[in-house]
Design a protein around this ligand. Sequence first.
Ligand SMILES: [Zn+2]
Length: 398
Amino acid sequence: MKTKFLINPLLLLALLFISCSTDDDTPNNNNIDMNEIVIPSDQISSIDKQLLSQIKKAGILFDADEIWTGFNLTETPMYLVHKNKEGKVDRGIIINPQSAISNALEIDEENNNGLEVYRYDDEILRAFQLITSDTGNGLYDFNFKIDNQNYYLQIYSDDEVIAGEELAIYPGGFFDPDTITIGAIDFILHENFHTYQDSWNPKRTSIKNIEQHQKSSISKEILELRTLTHQIFKDFPNGAISRTVLEEKLKQYVAIRSKESELDSSIKYAYDLSETDEGSARYIERMAVRALFPKRSNESFIPGSVLDNDYGITNQEILTLVFDSVLLYEIGASVCLAISTIDREALDDINTDKTLFEVAKNLFNMSETELAQQLQNAKNSVDWNAIQTKVSVWQTLN
Ligand SMILES: [Zn+2]
C-alpha cells in the first residue's frame, strides 16, 4: 500500500497537529532567518551529512538482503528538504537524480557518503507548499515531480535527524508532538518500503481499494481475541525468543485469527492485507534501526500493552482506531519476524497476493483440534481474565 498514512494513524494525528501549528508559515512568508547559519549553496551541513550517513548505512544493510529480499534503498530517488528551528525550509538535497537538473550542485565525494547527492534549493518552497497543504501530511509525499521524474519527498529538521539514532519510546503511537520527535530515517525506511510494495502483485492494491475495513462493528469476542494476539507478541522481538517459541507464537496467532474469521465471516481480506503491508514496513524499519543504531538495538515492535492503558483508549473512536489500525503494524511486524525465522522463503509469498495470515497458516496446516489447542495455549500464556475484564470496560466507553 502506498498511502499518505504515516507509521501509524495516531502519529498522523500528531503530525497534523504539527502542521496546523505552522499554518501561518505559508510558503510565501517563508523568510530564511538570517540568524541561522546559512549554508553556502554548494555545501551541505553536518546534519545533512549525518542523515546521508544513516541512509547509506541502511542502504548497505538492505543490499545484503538479510532483512528483506529485494528492497533497495540506495538507488531510490529522494528529495529531502531541511526545515529550520523556525519551521521554515531553507535548503534541499537530491539523492539519485533521475535527470540532469539545472542548478543542482553535486556534493563531492568527501561529503556525499558514497551516495549520488546534489544540493538543490529551487523546489523547496513548492515542496513545502505541497506537504503543508490541506491534503499534505506535514512530513512526506510520494511522486514529487522534478523534471517530470518522481521523487520521494520528505521534510526533515536537525532534531529529527538526531532522533534517528536515539531510543524511541512512544507506546501505542500516542505522544505529545511537542516533546516526542520521530527520527527522519524511520519515515525514509518505512515509506520507501511502501513504494517498493507497489512492485508486488497489483491485485492486492485493487482489492484493498474496493474493500473497506470492518469498522465499529468489533464484537466483544473479537476485541478479546485481538487483545490476545497483541499480548502474545508483547515486547517482541526482545528477550530470548528461540525458534521454538516463535513457532508456538505463530501457531497461536493462526489459531486466534482463524477463530476471528469463524466468529465474523465479514472480516475482510483487506484487513489482512493492511496487516501485511503495514506489518512488513514496520518490520523492516524496526529491524534496520535496531541493527544500525546502538541506542536503538532493543527497540521493540510493541512498545507497551493495550491492557496497561498505554494506548490512550478513552472512547469508542480511539478504540476503533487502535484495533483497526495501530495494532496491525505491531502484530504484523511480529508475525513477519516469526515467519522470517521459521521459513525465510515463505515470506516471499507475500510479494504475490498472500497475506501474512495465509502464509503463516500454510506453514502449519493445522487440524481443527490443533487450532483449538493452540487457541487455548495462547489464552493460558497470558492473563486471559484481565483481557476479558478490560474489554468489558472498553465496551462501556462512549
Ligand atoms: Zn505505513
